[in-house]
Ligand binder design. Structure first.
Ligand code: URA
Length: 201
């Protein structure tokens, strides 16, 4: 898996049969966006529309994500959007542990190749993936964590707004506040490169 480009990795992923989800999918939903993005969004798994179109976050949750991005002045094309699972689980059920494990090398590789400075985890599954433990999203949302040298900001999954309290809910207010935190994290100067830390030219 080492030394190849994102495009090459995506081409190989398109024929992945590492777990049972390969049987029911229309296609693999690898990820979309800027391959050099500073900001990565990590969701759960493709839904009906994503499975059909081959692109993450194109349904209703994706529309809300686009709107939140526009509110902080970031075009969707500038970021990278992907999920912890590349194939749609039947009836949008939660992913099983062995499916998450089967997909993990693909995501680890994507993160390594894109090398984002900030990763926003949308909802419980993505946050659990990064923090390595079961967490309550309402407790950790909006906080900054450091993971493999990257800043991680968990927040609510946009679908939680759509299926929950809607635009007027406290969750939506929190989600908007977390997007302001994302904007601030991106505006801060990146940490110095290792050679600068050692004082070399
Ligand atoms: N929900 C997700 O977590 N990912 C998608 O791509 C779409 C909906």
């Amino acid at each position: 898996m080492s030394g190849r480009t994102l495009e090459e990795a995506a081409r190989e992923a398109a024929t992945c049969t590492r777990c049972r989800l390969a049987q029911g999918r229309t296609q693999v939903v690898y990820g979309v966006g800027n391959p050099d993005a500073e900001l990565m969004f990590l969701g759960e798994a493709p839904g009906y529309h994503e499975d059909r179109q081959g692109e993450p976050f194109v349904g209703a949750a994706g529309q809300l994500l686009n709107r939140l991005l526009a509110e902080i002045g970031i075009p969707r094309e500038d970021v990278y959007i992907n999920n912890v699972i590349m194939c749609r689980p039947p009836n949008n059920r939660d992913p099983f542990d062995d499916e998450l494990e089967a997909c993990r090398p693909w995501l680890d590789e994507r993160i390594r190749l894109i090398d984002p400075r900030v990763i926003v985890t949308l909802g419980n599954w993505a946050t659990r993936y990064v923090l390595g433990r079961q967490v309550s999203i309402s407790r950790v949302r909006g906080q900054r964590f450091t993971w493999n040298g990257r800043t991680v900001i968990p927040t609510f999954h946009p679908a939680a707004i759509l299926h929950g309290g809607g635009e007027a809910s406290s969750q939506m207010t929190a989600l908007r506040a977390d997007f302001q935190e994302i904007r601030r994290a991106l505006a801060e100067a990146p940490p110095p490169a290792p050679q600068e830390q050692l004082g070399r030219a």
